[in-house]
Ligand binder design. Structure first.
Ligand SMILES: CSC[C@H]1O[C@@H](n2cnc3c(O)ncnc32)[C@H](O)[C@@H]1O
Ligand SMILES: [Zn+2]
Length: 436
C-alpha cells in the first residue's frame, strides 16, 4: 500500500466508538485521509510511505475542536476584565467593537487566533463574528478548518444594517463556500435577547433547507432568563422551541440555566450544548449542568468563547476546567472523567457541527486532522494513562506536530503557514490603537 505520510506514535487515542488506546501504532495518510491504523511493525512491512514521522514519547489525538469562539476578539484580550456579562458587553466590548471592528480588524484578529489555536492543537473552530467572509478567507489561507457563523442581530453595525441584510450576506457566504474542503458555514443569531422572532423563524427555515447548524448564545445567565420571563412571560428556551429552533441542528452555547424538562427536550430532539467553563467562570455567568446533560444523553461539546472573556483559546485548559468543574458542580468525583472531557473537545464538537463523518476521531476514511503532544516533560511523567496526562497535566507547549487534512500546519511547535513575527506585530499595532 502507498501512503503520503506515516505517523508512528508511542500512544494513539482514537476517540472512536471503541475509545481505543493504542501503543506503538502508526497512522497512514493518503489524499488527506486516514487510510490505515496498524501496529508499527506491520505498517513498516506493508506501507510504502513518502514520509515517515517518528514520535517517541508522544500521544497522537484527533485535532481539538473549539465549538464556540469569536476568533478576532483575540485583539480585545485583557481590554476589560473582572466584570459581569452585561456590564462587560454594554459598557466596554460593544462600544469598542462599534468604534474599531472592520474587515482589517477581523483579518488580523483571526490570524492571531488561528495561530494561537493551531499551536494549542485546535484544528477546527466554530466562529461567530462580524465580517465572516474575512474570517473564512484568513482561516482557509492558514490551512485550518472552521465553521463560520452567518451572524444575525436586530441592530445595525458596520457589517450590516438590518436582519434582512445580515441574512442576505449569510446566504452569499453559504454560496461562496458551498464546496470548500475546510470552510463550512452555520447560522449564528447572536442571542434570544438580540434577535427578534421574525428573523429567528426565517433562520429555522433556512437552516433546515440548507442543512446547516444554528449557533446561538442561550441561557448564559440567570438575568437573561429572568428578564425574558418578566418581559414576555416566556423562557428563551421555550421561545426558541416555539419558533422551531430546538432540534438536531441547534448548537446552544452556555446553557447555565436549565430545568429538567429543558434537558429532556434537548436530549429528545438531538440538540447540542457547547459548554464554555472558563468564560462562564470569569464572567460569573453560572454553571452548566454538564454531568446531568451527559447523563440524559445530550451531546455536550467544549468552547473557549472569545479571548476577551476567557482570556485564551486553549482547549487543553478548557478540558481540564470542564473535568474539574463537572465534579465540583455535581458533587461527584466520577463526573466528567478525563476520557469524557476529551470526547467533548473532539467527537462531540464534530457531532455538534454536523462534521461527525469527517473529523473528531482517528478512524479509517476520516480527514487526517491530527495532533501530536510530547509527554516527555516533568509534569507529564510518569505515564500510567496518557489521557490522564493529556487532560489533567499537559500544556500547550507540548503540542509539537499538527496536521489538517493531512497537511502539516505546525511542525516542531512552529507554524508552517503563518509568520509569527508579522501576526504579533499587527496585534501590537491594534493594541496600541485601541488602548491609546
Ligand atoms: C454578532 S457577533 C458576536 C457578538 O457576540 C459578542 N459576545 C462575545 N462573547 C459573548 C458572550 O459571552 N455572550 C454574549 N455575547 C458575546 C461579541 O462581542 C460580538 O458582539
Ligand atoms: Zn460567545
Amino acid at each position: 500500500m502507498h501512503a503520503e505520510l506515516l505517523i508512528h506514535a508511542e500512544w494513539i487515542l482514537t476517540v472512536d466508538p471503541e475509545n481505543r488506546q493504542l501503543t506503538d501504532h502508526a497512522v497512514a495518510v493518503a489524499d488527506g485521509r486516514i487510510q490505515a491504523i496498524l501496529p508499527y511493525e506491520e505498517a513498516r512491512r506493508t506501507i510504502q510511505a513518502e514520509q515517515t514521522v517518528e514520535l517517541p514519547g508522544h500521544v497522537l489525538i484527533p485535532g481539538l475542536i473549539n465549538a464556540h469562539t469569536h476568533a478576532s476578539m483575540s485583539l480585545l484580550r485583557g481590554l476589560a476584565d473582572d466584570l459581569p456579562l452585561m456590564t462587560w458587553l454594554h459598557e466596554h466590548i460593544w462600544p469598542t467593537e462599534g468604534r474599531w471592528v472592520d474587515a482589517g480588524f477581523v483579518a488580523d484578529g483571526t490570524r492571531l487566533a488561528v495561530l494561537e489555536m493551531l499551536r494549542g492543537g485546535v484544528t477546527c473552530y466554530n466562529d461567530m463574528y462580524f465580517h465572516p467572509e474575512v474570517s473564512a478567507q484568513v482561516t482557509a489561507e492558514s490551512g485550518m478548518r472552521a465553521v463560520i457563523g452567518m451572524i444575525v442581530v436586530d441592530f445595525p453595525t458596520g457589517y450590516a444594517a438590518s436582519p434582512d441584510e445580515y441574512i442576505a450576506k449569510g446566504l452569499a457566504l453559504h454560496e461562496r463556500y458551498r464546496d470548500h474542503p475546510l470552510i463550512r458555514v452555520a447560522w449564528a443569531p447572536h442571542a434570544p435577547y438580540s434577535v427578534s422572532d421574525a428573523p429567528l423563524q426565517r433562520i429555522a427555515t433556512l437552516a433546515f433547507e440548507l442543512g446547516v447548524p444554528v449557533h446561538i448564545h442561550l441561557h448564559e445567565t440567570r438575568d437573561e432568563v429572568e428578564n425574558a420571563e418578566n418581559a414576555h412571560g416566556e423562557r428563551p428556551f421555550a421561545r426558541l422551541d416555539r419558533l422551531g429552533l430546538i432540534g438536531p441542528s441547534l448548537v446552544s452555547v452556555h446553557m447555565t440555566q436549565l430545568e429538567d424538562a429543558e434537558i429532556a427536550r434537548l436530549a429528545e430532539t438531538g440538540a447540542s450544548v457547547v459548554h464554555c467553563p472558563e468564560s462562564n467562570l470569569k464572567l460569573a455567568s453560572g454553571f452548566c449542568p454538564v454531568a446531568k446533560l451527559l447523563e440524559a444523553g445530550v451531546n455536550v461539546a467544549l468552547g473557549t468563547d472569545g479571548a476577551a472573556s476567557n482570556n485564551d483559546l486553549n482547549l487543553l485548559g478548557e478540558m481540564r476546567t470542564a473535568a474539574l468543574l463537572g465534579k465540583g458542580v455535581s458533587g461527584s468525583a466520577s463526573a466528567v472523567p478525563a476520557t469524557e472531557a476529551l470526547r467533548m473537545a473532539t467527537i462531540n464538537g464534530a457531532r455538534a457541527l454536523g462534521l461527525e463523518s469527517e473529523i473528531g476521531s482517528i478512524e479509517l476514511g476520516k480527514s487526517a486532522d491530527l495532533v501530536a503532544l510530547d509527554l516527555r516533560d516533568p509534569h507529564t511523567q510518569p505515564l500510567y494513562h496518557p489521557v490522564s496526562q493529556l487532560v489533567y497535566a499537559a500544556g500547550r507547549h507540548q503540542v509539537r506536530q499538527v496536521w489538517v487534512r493531512g497537511r502539516q500546519v505546525i511542525r516542531d511547535g512552529a507554524p508552517t503557514t503563518l509568520h509569527v513575527a508579522e501576526v504579533l506585530s499587527e496585534a501590537q499595532i491594534w493594541g496600541a490603537r485601541i488602548g491609546g
